[in-house]
Write a protein that binds this ligand. Structure first.
Ligand code: FAD
Length: 428
């Protein structure tokens, strides 16, 4: 009989229900916008078997269930009124040569640190507490991506507990459709990943740069950036964050002098000199850590909407977007191109290969600027949206997230999760 007492006794980890002293901590995801959800209970899974036990209970009782890695999902997909399968305890990292076997509960800072100890790294994001599983299952964009591709492009295998309780290993040969679908469709769709194997890359020595304009010429910066950054050498990733101030920041695998020359070219095109902080010879993990505060959650995660672009924004649109950049409103431009675009769009589930850049608009909750400005930008975009930046207000979300890969993804979903055990708003 699969009653709660039996489930509790059978676990390698533990079960945290209302009344448990840890309930309030265990139930909460990172984003305050989703912290009201009160799950029936949280299983702090200590093994793949715990995941299977939790899924069996959910199946037998018809209780909704979601996996949680780092708990950063913008739209609260790792929260539920049912069962949260918390994977934080599954965070061991082991090595087989240059291949790293990473527990699905590991956070990015832990992954970088463990890889650094071996002189290795992976292309991945900046947020220290972001979960490696949530990041990789939706793609994974970061400062080495223009050289080495998405985090999911370095994924070579995964162990997954399926809705029916079976644990399967998938890679290019075993369960290849599942492996294809795990690389970029977004987390929580096909099963609960318990470990991920990555083909790591040597940790580079890099040049770090941060150029700051205190009174930025917003329109000139965007106009120059969108022509330059997506076509810069792959070794250079320069992202642009615009608010009341503007910062061009990133990493270059070129030496300091060459990097300075490239940045000077950009500043000449802008026509305004910044305060420049350029430091060569920096081990990549240090560079990465130095940028953590740029996107670390500090209490509230503001609202954001985003889109990919394969062509530049028109001057009139730039003027409209930058007309009122004050009071916490921000435009974050992320350079794509390079290695991101060298993988065919149907080779993995990540459908956004030919894009030049991503624009994320950020604003305080309830600021009407966000929807109006996003709509103006979206009209000129590729109408494609990064699955790791889910947006509940998107109307055309199936094609926006999955493009031409949608039909194949739906077929994989039918095969691996026929009863839709894993379901959330905007799931496949
Ligand atoms: C501060 C911050 C910084 C960020 N920086 C970057 C960045 O630099 N680059 C970038 O590409 N993205 C970035 N993101 C977006 C990030 O990639 C997504 O929010 C990602 O989904 C977070 O994963 P998580 O495990 O932390 O979140 P969670 O909320 O735990 O999970 C996200 C989704 O994946 C599912 N999931 C989690 N673990 C598993 C698992 N083991 N098996 C199956 N499904 C699972 C969840 O159910 C949920 O649907 C950032 C987000 C934040 C809040």
């Amino acid at each position: 009989m699969n009653d709660l007492a039996h489930l509790r006794r059978s676990l390698d980890g533990d079960l945290v229900a209302p009344g448990h002293p840890d309930y309030d901590t265990a139930r909460r995801p990172v984003d305050p916008a989703h912290q009201d959800a009160r799950p029936r209970f949280v299983i702090r899974c200590a093994s793949a078997a715990d995941v299977a036990r939790g899924l069996a209970y959910a199946r037998d009782t018809g209780t909704p269930v979601v996996p949680r890695g780092g708990g950063h999902c913008f739209s609260g997909r790792s929260s539920t009124t049912g069962i949260v399968l918390d994977l934080q305890r599954l965070r061991d990292i082991a090595f087989d040569g240059d291949r790293a076997e990473v527990g699905a509960g590991a956070r990015l800072a832990q992954v970088y640190t463990a890889l650094h100890a071996r002189g290795r790294t992976i292309p991945a994001g900046c947020g220290a507490t972001v979960g490696i599983a949530g990041l990789a299952l939706g793609g994974g964009i970061g400062l080495l991506g223009r050289v080495h591709g998405l985090t999911s492009d370095r994924l070579v295998a995964a162990r997954v507990v399926l809705a029916d309780g079976r644990t399967v290993d998938c890679d290019a040969e075993r369960e290849p459709d599942l492996f294809w679908a795990l690389r970029g469709a977004g987390g929580g769709q096909f099963g609960v990943v318990v470990s991920l194997a990555f083909d790591t890359v040597p940790e580079p020595i890099a040049t770090r740069f941060a150029l700051r304009w205190r009174r930025p010429p917003h329109a000139d910066l965007i106009a120059a950036w969108q022509e330059w950054a997506p076509d810069a050498p792959d070794a250079v990733t320069a992202d642009l964050a615009l608010g009341e101030e503007a910062v061009l920041f990133g990493a270059s695998l070129l030496d300091e002098a060459t990097t300075r020359e490239l940045l000077q070219g950009f500043c000449d095109a802008v026509g305004a000199a910044p305060e420049a902080d350029v430091q060569g010879g920096m081990p990549f993990h240090r560079l990465k850590r130095s940028f953590e505060d740029l996107d670390a959650p500090s209490g509230a995660i503001p609202r954001s909407r985003s889109a990919f672009f394969s062509r530049p924004l028109r001057p009139a649109t730039i003027d409209a977007l930058t007309a009122a950049l004050s009071g916490g409103r921000r435009l974050n431009f992320t350079a794509m191109g390079g290695a991101y675009g060298r993988v065919p769009a149907d080779a993995t589930a990540f459908a956004h290969r030919g894009e030049r850049f991503m624009l994320q608009l950020v604003a305080p909750t309830a600021d009407p600027w966000l929807d109006a400005s996003w709509a103006a930008a979206y009209a000129e975009s590729s109408k494609r949206v990064y699955p790791n930046f889910p947006d509940l207000r998107l109307e055309d979300w199936p094609t926006a997230y999955h493009g031409a890969n949608l039909d194949r993804l739906r077929a994989v979903k039918r095969r691996y999760d026929p009863d839709r055990c894993f379901a959330f708003p905007q799931s496949l």
